[in-house]
Design a protein around this ligand. Structure first.
Ligand code: GDP
Length: 360
């Protein structure tokens, strides 16, 4: 289940679950994503994480190293987790796949001191509407008065190192949060007490700043995907690629390019693709597939490296002619082979999906 040379996670026929991070402004979404990237990198070995276009892949091997005793890697056969790098419910609700939300699961970040805020409510409503399973990251536990930080530790280990006073102040906040979730119709509890994550929301106390509780969050996300989403993750990873456009960007030497999250199948150089455009679906041919160059080699003039193919789930930049009118949030589909009928069908499907997006 290691990252292969193309920077995608490959575990046979199970794809990587796609994770989005939501929550009120300043509650710590960006810090959490940075921390997940950073602490995974600190774990040392090359390939600890893979930077994609618009996303970060954390392989199972890295999660189990970070989580230590929390994870038995043989419990899991999903290859890891793919975090969408753009946090916030705006990006979450505009990024969709055929079935609904582009993300398979979500992390709702709530500042333990601040509790539920307007954008927390909005995020909850979107998660309800899309039926997206989620866990709550009760963030900033380190701001509890008297906190004794335990860099990168599982949260229960950290709690053992806290004074009674600090623990009870934190618990007050956490119970308030559990109450707020209950007002929203969710039965929630500390994640280690949750037996059935389908009917209960797990609350993970953590600090994006000190990293304590991050191993727990990754473990809970793996468990949630493994138990309840394995069927959805069983996709034909060699079928024609299907994805969602995150952004349309001009790149020197390539013109308009698409930053895409591929959630199904494979896309190869030379593939015919149909992508949602301002007026009509655009039919074009993939000229280049680009991934970020690994950090060590970043040079201003060569940010990207070309790859021949990319498998779901992954973020990738697609260079192709005629992309100026492509739209962010639009679907993109590969049509394989020289099949006029298939091209016509896919074009019609993309047209219908676009019409739906514009109505919402
Ligand atoms: P976002 O708007 O949700 O992306 O929030 P940010 O990640 O930008 O965080 C907002 C502020 O809270 C920043 O000043 C962060 O440094 C701080 N912050 C985020 N997480 C933590 C945490 O776990 N502990 C502490 N002490 N500060 C945090």
């Amino acid at each position: 289940s290691d990252a292969d040379s193309e920077g995608t996670l490959d575990a046979g026929s199970l794809r990587t679950p796609i994770v989005a991070v939501l929550g009120h402004v300043d509650h710590g979404k960006t810090t959490l994503l940075d921390r997940i990237r950073g602490s995974a990198v600190q774990e040392g070995e090359a390939g600890a994480i893979t930077q994609h276009i618009g996303a970060t892949a954390v392989p199972l091997s890295t999660i189990s190293e970070m989580a230590g005793a929390l994870v038995d890697p043989t419990d899991f056969d999903l290859p890891g987790l793919l975090f969408i790098d753009t946090p916030g419910h705006h990006s979450f609700s505009t990024l969709r796949s055929r079935g609904g939300a582009l993300a398979d699961i979500a992390v709702l970040v709530v500042d333990v001191n601040d509790g539920f805020q307007p954008q927390t409510e909005e995020a909850i409503n979107i998660l309800k509407r899309t039926g997206t399973p989620f866990v709550v990251a009760a963030n900033k536990v380190d701001t509890t008065p008297g906190w004794n930080p335990q860099e990168g530790q599982p949260i229960q280990q950290s709690l053992e190192q806290q004074s009674e006073r600090a623990t009870s102040r934190l618990n007050e906040n956490l119970y308030e949060l559990i109450g707020d979730l209950s007002d929203e119709g969710f039965s929630a509890d500390f994640y280690w007490r949750v037996q059935d994550f389908q009917s209960n929301i797990g609350v993970v106390p953590l600090s994006a700043m000190t990293g304590e509780g991050i191993p727990d969050l990754l473990t809970v996300l793996m468990g949630l995907s493994q138990r309840y989403m394995k069927e959805e993750m069983s996709v034909d990873v060699t079928g024609p690629g299907v994805g969602t456009v995150l952004e349309v960007k001009d790149e020197q030497g390539f013109g308009a390019t698409l930053d895409v999250v591929l959630y199904d199948g494979v896309v190869r150089e030379g593939d015919t693709v149909v992508v949602g455009g301002r007026d009509e679906p655009i039919v074009t041919e993939v000229r280049a597939l680009l991934q970020p160059r690994p950090n060590a080699e970043i040079r201003a003039e060569k940010q990207f490296e070309r790859v021949e193919e990319v498998r779901a789930a992954a973020g990738v930049k697609i260079a192709a002619p005629d992309l100026d009118d492509a739209m962010s949030g639009a679907p993109i589909r590969v049509v394989r082979g020289d099949d006029e009928a298939a091209l016509e069908t896919v074009t019609q499907e993309v047209r219908e999906e676009l019409a739906k997006i514009e109505v919402d």
